[in-house]
Write a protein that binds this ligand. Structure first.
Ligand SMILES: [Fe+2]
Length: 126
């Protein structure tokens, strides 16, 4: 009993628990993002005739695999938060600031967006 309280109050164990929770929550958010958001982007690209669909989709697939690998590693042996943050930072800088910005400019300038209500219905957005 006393040993339990000693361990529970140990700042190293508390920090370890906080890090595990951070990784777990971040991976849960990323897992949902690579399915939902990527899927929506890919449908938008297909419906608008975006010429860089294949390369953009390939980057999404690469990120999906990275997230799956991180989830597997977390479940098997644990994962340091810095690894997750490094991948996330690289993704935000490399993909979001370049590829997603390019797609957004294309959609805005070509005005070939799908009908908003049809798009919302097809993507089950409420
Ligand atoms: Fe994207």
């Amino acid at each position: 009993m006393g040993g339990y309280h000693h361990r529970a109050g140990n700042p190293i164990n508390l920090e370890t628990a906080r890090r595990a929770l951070l990784v777990s929550r971040t991976l849960a958010i990323l897992s949902a993002y690579v399915v939902g958001h990527f899927g929506m982007e890919e449908r938008l690209m297909a419906e608008s005739g975006y010429q860089h669909l294949a390369s953009h989709r390939a980057e999404h697939e690469s990120m999906r695999i990275q997230v799956e690998n991180m989830v597997d590693q977390y479940n098997l042996i644990g994962l340091d938060p810095t690894t997750v943050m490094r991948v996330l930072k690289k993704w935000l800088i490399d993909h979001v600031q370049e590829q997603d910005r390019h797609l957004a400019q294309f959609l805005l300038t070509t005005c070939r967006l799908p009908d908003p209500q049809t798009f919302l219905d097809q993507n089950q957005v409420t």
